[in-house]
Write a protein that binds this ligand. Sequence first.
Ligand code: FES
Length: 275
Amino acid sequence: MFKILEKQVFSPIIKQMVIEAPRVARKCQPGQFVILRIHEEGERIPLTIADFDREKGTITIVFQEVGKTTKQLGTLEAGDYIKDFVGPLGTPSHIENFGTVICVGGGVGIAPVFPIARALKEAGNHVISIIGARTRDLLFWEDRMREVSSELFVTTDDGSYVRKGFVTDVLKEIIDARGKDNINLVLAIGPQPMMRACCNVTKDYGIKTIVSLNALMVDGTGMCGCCRVTVGGQTRFVCVDGPEFDGHQVDFAELARRSATFRAEEQRALERHTC
Ligand code: FES
């Protein structure tokens, strides 16, 4: 059993938890994820690690309540326990001094961008971060992202905070202003349409772009094939080959179709849960 040490509510649907998981904290690297199960009968859900503290033996997760399991998770409080918390899973982010890197975090995707941006900055990169959300209420960690970025840009879709627009608008403006040859890498994490849109922008400029995919998962160890995606015409498993891939090679249309496979069942489970 894994104890929830802290809980913070960023908005009615976005919550942060600090989990006591010393063995995961000891080994995890930026870009990796965990699979948790709230109770014996529960669904397994993958969540990318948002932060870790090796000395305290803790892992920070940030999640958005979108279905039955994340809503149940959101009802737990500090002092409660989670049944399973398996990790670290997946391949860590590739960190080196690339030069100038743009890190884009959309919605709850801001959380997994944070440790990667921090590692990239520590490696000597000039880190330009762009974070965005639909509205001000859904934006979090502006202060933390500012700490690990050389420059930070903030957008909201509805203009309720800082700049109105999408992260892709800012991404394009920065590339145009600095010159495509002065941007060495883009990292984009967020909803699938956002990552796809970022890749569409950077493809025109020929800037390598890494995305972190959120696929359906069961075992998280490469055994079930549930998380398969097509990257560069080849079948890859998000849980072991990823979660990060070259975004220009990802078949996003297929990923979206596969992600919707159990939508009706998910909706029914959610309705049963809320009724
Ligand atoms: Fe089963 Fe990736 S989740 S192979």
